[in-house]
Design a protein around this ligand. Structure first.
Ligand code: MN
Ligand code: MN
Length: 293
């Protein structure tokens, strides 16, 4: 692990959290918010580790605006973004109530408290199911449910979801937290506490580089390999580079099975969802790399 780069990515993410909170207001176009966040990451010397997720209300995760998206900020908005420095990732999220709604505010507090309690109890050799139990109990105490089929995750260089999972409930698995880099991300909902796969998100991951005959698709594939490597990217970024013909190339690459296309993740009872997330470095002590200073 490269601690220096991990801490640098985290510091940038913590600054971008503050910046994002200062610019997001109700009715701002999501595409403007996403681009401002991603531009800020670059300005501070990092790169986006994945497309900025701006998921509203019952969409728990994986909504990123498309290049022609007209959606504006409203309701209970989750802002989830990542920074990487040479592949070392900081993954962080917060939620905003943009309609002055009591339930939204309570949901936000519930996921934040669950995150805080989970981090307080994190250390090397701690059973991960115990951290999951702390998350679910904190959220349930506030009268809500955790989303049980979403979880935190270990991160390695250029690998956003590596190896170990940090559950949002007691998953009855007896796996110990090891030294390493983890994202912890409780989701709280007033609904059933599960998500299903919704519409395609426009967020992709390169799964293999097997050759494709179409020259444009090949050019886009080469760009993805070089620019994003094994980190997620989105159609909006490629339209910016290649124009709308990138959408045709993406379709070809999907058909050729070069890509995984992530679905939007939607709460099954269409109830509202809040999220809080930080990245922690587990070593002799715990460092919250993305904490706002
Ligand atoms: Mn995240
Ligand atoms: Mn994450």
């Amino acid at each position: 692990m490269n601690t220096e780069k991990i801490l640098k990515a985290g510091k940038i993410a913590s600054q971008v959290r503050k910046y994002a909170k200062s610019i997001i207001i109700k009715d701002s176009p999501l595409i403007e918010i996403a681009e401002k966040i991603e531009d800020k990451i670059k300005e501070l010397g990092g790169k986006p580790a994945f497309p900025t997720n701006l998921s509203i209300d019952d969409i728990a995760a994986h909504y990123t605006p498309s290049y022609d998206d007209k959606t504006t900020a409203s309701g209970l908005l989750k802002v989830d973004f990542g920074v990487h420095v040479d592949g070392w990732i900081a993954d962080t999220a917060f939620s905003l109530d943009l309609e002055d709604n009591e339930e939204n505010k309570k949901l936000i507090i519930a996921s934040e408290k669950a995150l805080e309690n989970a981090i307080k109890n994190s250390r090397e050799n701690k059973e991960l199911n115990e951290i999951g139990k702390i998350i679910s109990e904190t959220i349930e105490k506030d009268g809500f449910s955790p989303i049980i089929n979403l979880s935190g995750h270990e991160m390695k260089q250029y690998d956003l979801h590596a190896g170990i999972t940090v559950p949002n409930m007691n998953d009855k698995k007896f796996i110990l937290m090891q030294k390493g880099l983890y994202a912890i991300e409780p989701f709280a909902t007033s609904g059933n506490g599960k998500v299903y796969d919704g519409k395609p998100s426009g967020i992709f991951l390169l799964t293999n580089s097997k050759n494709i005959r179409n020259p444009l698709a090949r050019e886009v594939l080469n760009f993805i390999e070089k620019e994003y490597q094994t980190l997620p990217f989105c159609s909006r970024w490629l339209v910016k580079k290649f124009g709308t013909k990138a959408l045709f190339a993406l379709k070809q690459l999907e058909e050729n099975k070069n890509l995984h296309h992530f679905p939007q993740l939607v709460e099954t009872s269409h109830s509202k969802v809040s999220q809080a997330e930080h990245t922690i470095l587990v070593d002799k002590e715990i460092i919250i790399t993305t904490k706002e200073k």
